[in-house]
Design a protein around this ligand. Structure first.
Ligand code: FES
Ligand SMILES: [Fe+2]
Length: 425
């Protein structure tokens, strides 16, 4: 349980708030590379509306409302020298400096005193990332899944109606897997006579969490398994402050929880499909983006697949979960640890230091490798099959290509982690 004041401190993301200041030390994806063509696009990040535009090899980011009379820069003209508001033609350079005001007298120096707010953007792995913090900007971390070759990628997306922190708390809550994705899943699938998901029902005998350079590593021992299994020995990380690394059996995933504002989270499921061994995967021209449905035709949450169930749980906690009215037990160890870590990091930022995981050292940033078990839940392939056929991945335009990739890879690799078409392995 938290006081209302501490709940506010941990959840609010707007400019000038403590958490908003901490979160502005990191880069966030706001769009797929494929979404930004010749026309500007508008997004919301950390409670601020921004417009992105492409100018040659560079991406400009400018505040969404034109400083003149607040028309949207989404409807602007992209030019050689910058971006020109569509309403009265004020032109802004990439740094936000106003360069022209066509309707003002030719001798006017008014434009010299007008500067729009601008931010930085960089592309990596098929996504466009934005940094909204102070200079000098840290490096955009080149985490392994963004830079690997010899793999397929896709990106699922959904705009979710809740605060980002309850999404992150879920990433250090292993017990929910056997209930929400196991027993509850089987209840829901049982009603419609669908296949059960026994792979996800195994009881958690033991859980543990370790803080490391980029966040918290999560470990578990499931019923019938031991500390010798990868789920304990390797585990997988919550990447501080707003990402989860998960997957199994050649399916690797970042779940990136971008705080749009206090009550909305832009959720990216960044999937990488890379069979074990040296199986050659033909390069992709671009990384496809697809929307993940979260509601059925009646407006209820879709709860017959893992990702939909997670969304339901996060949303049903409320726009901002009321942590002054909760009852944490011993099994909430990870949630308690994450909140403590955020509090420590808030203090650190208030003391003028960088928070956890900010990367400023070029020499480590070619590829930052994060740990992830391969034989997840002792299977890997069964886990992957559940996600590819029943999870959000099935909505991907390359879903069939991915299934084919693993089938062919397994045929070519003797003794590999064989595909099980029965998810109850
Ligand atoms: S509102 Fe943009 S130029 Fe007038
Ligand atoms: Fe979950």
């Amino acid at each position: 349980m938290l006081t209302t004041e501490l709940n506010e401190r941990l959840t609010r993301v707007g400019p000038g708030t403590p958490m908003g200041t901490l979160l502005r030390h990191y880069w966030y994806p706001v769009a797929a590379t494929s979404e930004l063509g010749p026309e500007p696009i508008q997004r919301r990040l950390l409670g601020e509306d921004i417009v992105l535009y492409r100018k040659g090899d560079e991406i400009g980011v400018i505040e969404a409302q034109c400083p003149h009379r607040r028309a949207s820069m989404r409807y602007a003209i992209v030019e050689e020298r910058g971006i020109r508001c569509g309403y009265h033609g004020w032109l802004y350079g990439m740094d936000g400096q106003c360069l022209e005001q066509p309707a003002e007298p030719a001798s006017s120096t008014f434009k010299d005193r007008i500067k729009a707010v601008t931010y930085r953007a960089e592309e990596l792995g098929g996504l466009i990332f934005v940094y909204m913090g102070k200079d000098p900007a840290p490096l955009l971390p080149r985490f392994d899944l963004f830079v690997w070759d010899n793999c397929l990628r896709d990106v699922g997306h959904a705009l979710l109606p809740m605060n980002w922190l309850q999404v992150m708390e879920n990433s250090v809550d292993p017990h929910h897997v056997e209930w929400l994705h196991g027993h509850y899943m089987n209840f829901v699938r049982g009603i419609s006579g669908e296949q059960q998901a026994e792979v996800l029902m195994r009881k958690h005998e033991k859980i543990a969490f370790d803080v490391f350079d980029y966040g918290i590593i999560k470990r578990r021992v499931l019923e019938g398994m031991t500390e010798e299994d990868e789920d304990w020995k390797v585990g997988h990380p919550l990447v501080f402050p707003a990402m989860l690394r998960v997957g199994g059996g050649g399916h690797y995933q970042f779940q990136i929880r971008v705080p749009v504002d206090d009550t909305h989270t832009s959720h990216f499921w960044y999937d990488v499909y890379k069979p074990d061994g040296d199986y050659i995967v033909a390069p992709q021209e671009s990384v496809p983006l697809f929307e993940v449905p979260i509601y059925d035709e009646k407006g209820d949450y879709l709860v017959d697949f893992v990702d939909g169930q997670d969304v339901m749980a996060w949303a049903s906690q409320g726009e901002i979960a009321d942590r002054s009215n909760e009852h944490l037990g011993k099994s909430d160890l990870g949630v308690i640890m994450l909140r403590r870590l955020f509090q420590e990091q808030l203090d650190q930022v208030e003391g003028g230091a960088d928070p956890l995981g900010v990367v400023r050292d070029e020499s480590i940033n070619d590829c930052i490798t994060l740990p992830q078990e391969k034989k997840k839940f002792g299977t890997g392939a069964g886990f992957r099959y559940e996600f590819l056929t029943m999870g959000q991945c099935r909505y991907s335009p390359i879903a069939q290509d991915v299934l084919k990739l693993f089938e062919e890879a397994e045929k070519s690799l003797a003794g590999g982690d064989a595909m099980h078409h029965d998810a109850s392995v």
